[in-house]
Structure formats: structure tokens, C-alpha cells
Design a protein around this ligand. Sequence first.
Ligand code: ADP
Length: 397
Amino acid sequence: MNILVINAGSSSLKYQLMDPETGVVAAKGLCERIYIDGRLTHKVGDRKVVKDIPMPSHSEAIAAVLEILVDPVDGVIKSTDEIDAVGHRVLHGGMKFSDSCIIDDKCIEAIEACIPLGPLHNPANLMGIRACQAVMPNTPQVAVFDTAFHMTMPPKAYRYAIPTEYFENDDIRRYGFHGTSHKYVTRRAIALMGREDIKLVNCHLGNGSSLSAVANGKCQDTSMGLSPLAGVPMGTRSGDIDACVVQFICNKYGMSVDECLTMLNKKSGVLALSNGVSSDFRDLEAGANNGDAACQLALEKFCYEVRKYIGAYAAALGGLDCLVFTAGVGENGPTTRADICQGLEFLGVKLDPQRNNVRGKEALISADDSKVKVWVIPTNEELMIAQDTADLVNAAK
Ligand code: ADP
């Protein structure tokens, strides 16, 4: 099968054409500067083609993607009929979606209804969906939600301790994000551990970071909340913060709540703690190694908060069998992984320094006598989207 995976942002659109069974990617690329001018970067294996193509809307971006996929020189298929289905990443499924779904009018209405919860991303995701429907009306489309994996959380994990009316009237609760990644690494961890009844904590540590607590393959808790701002400190996001900080800053500096939230989302996290050095962990490590105290604090705080969440989730699960590191930092940061795990020996976490010296590869990094198995599992959200899409389309046949 050929599944086209689409991740549409407000001014960009990423795509991959892949086989959901083998995970082999025939071609992938990126449309940028949609609504501005338009640029397509298309990759087939090691070969890269860059084309400036006018993209006044997402429709032209999708049209450009389909055109290059069937191009006699740069393409990988003869006709768009060879695309069996399209899988779309959609940020917020609210309370309406606990799984991926085949896109029909009802599904689109439900995604629209979730716009207040995902005001930046859901409209862009919908533009990607509508653009595909317009140019390939007979190809099945599937929506895969970033929130869906977390919908198995019990109320004690997802409810906020605020008046019930905000939950009942406005659906305000913890949702969690990166769900497609948490689902993918959970499946891999279960396969690697050889059994489903494991107590598992997943650490998705990238530019955005979130953890999930999983029992028997089902999410029990996660660190992000109504929005991706909550949880551990991230590249530019503050993570958990006392709401009174917002009140204080708004009152003192005459900022609006929206302006303050922009500061918490875009100018905070390790970028802020490092006094503006960088949101990139490679730069922070270089700074820390050169004796920059702010970079050292940024890394120390990040690892401390991740470690605290792991401890909290081990308590929530009543034990821990497996700890997984994934995403940019989780897959490529041996020092960060070692710092996070330091002090977790009491839980039965013991890294093997040699094994931990690994980047971007699936690997067991715990010592043989570690009670908890610690794995690096490179995430593959596109493959998860392609597999969900193929499963739903095949089941509907
Ligand atoms: P996103 O959340 O944007 O998908 P990624 O999962 O790609 O982010 O993670 C990006 C982050 O991964 C970068 O900001 C960088 O800090 C980190 N990273 C990537 N490679 C390395 C590396 N070799 N060592 C340490 N950190 C790395």
C-alpha cells in the first residue's frame, strides 16, 4: 500500500509517501512559505529537489506535492491513483476522538468543534484535509489525532481541580499531546519487552517534551494538559507554572493574558533559563561544557523536572518495568539521559554507560542487573499515522 502522510501547519506542509507495512519511505518533503510565496523541498533517498512554486493557499501546496510525486524525473509513482489513502495529523481531537477516524462530513464537523481547544493547529490541519479532498476526491482520508492515545486516562488524571462547570460546559481538562509518538513507542516497548502487561514511562524529549505513564498499553497519565504548555520545561515553553505568575506579570507589566502566554510558550523554557543562549540542547551542552552557569542551570532544571515526573509516574503506576527515551533529545542525548536517570537507582533504574553511548538507534541502555529496562526507541509518528490509516481503510473495505 502507498499511504500519503500529511502534517499541515499554518504556513507549511510536511509529507511522506510510505508503505505502512515495511515503513519504507518512497519520497518525503516540505512545502514552506504557503500564503507568502511558496517553496517545495522534495527528497527521494539522498536526492533533494528544491522548487519555488507559488502557493497562495494549501490547495496549491497539495497540488505541487501530487505533481512532483508523479513527475517522470523526480517522482516515485506513475499516477496519483497509486496513492491508496491519505493520513492527516490533526492536533486536537478534544473529547470527541479516542482513536483515528475516516474523514467524512461528521468527522470534519467534530474537528471544527475542537478549534477552540487547538486554535492555531486545527484550522491548518483542516486546510490540509480540504485541499486533499478537493484534488483527490475518491481517495480515502484518515485523521490521526495527537490527543487520542491519552483518552484512556482516568478522571483522576484528566480532571483539573476547578469548578465542574468548566469541564462540563467547556471541555476543560488534561488532554496531552505527542500521542502518536507515545503510541508508537508504547507498541515498540511492548514488542521489545515481549509482553503487554508492563508498567511503562515514555519520555518524549524534543523541542517540545512530554511524558506518559502507561499500563497494559493504555495511557494512564501524561504531562501536557489542555495545551502543550504544561509539564516539564521545554525548548521555549515554561512547562508547569503557578497561574498566579500570569496574574503578577500581567498586572505589573501591563501585558495582556495572550501576550503573557506567548512569552510562556515562545520565550521561556531552557531558552530563558540559559539567558537566551539557545533552545537547542546541543548549544546548551556546549555552553555548559565551557562553564556557562546559566546553560548548566537550564540542563540541570530540565533533567530534574523530567526525573520528578518519572518518579511521580512510577508512584502513579505502582511500579516501573520499562523506561523509554525518544525524540530529538531522548534519542540523541546520552548525557541528558544519564543526568535524568541519576538518583533513580532506588526505583531500580541503572544505566550501562557503554550502552547509553548511543544516538538515534533502538537500543537497550540499562545494565543487565537493572530492574527497570531502559530503552532508546526512535519515534516514527509518520509510520504510526500510515499504519492507523491503512488499518482503518482496510477494515472499511
Ligand atoms: P520537535 O519537537 O521539533 O519535533 P525534535 O524531536 O526533532 O523536536 O528534537 C529537537 C531537539 O533535539 C533539538 O532542539 C536538539 O536540542 C535535540 N537534539 C538533536 N540532536 C541532538 C544531539 N545530537 N544531541 C543533543 N540534542 C540533540
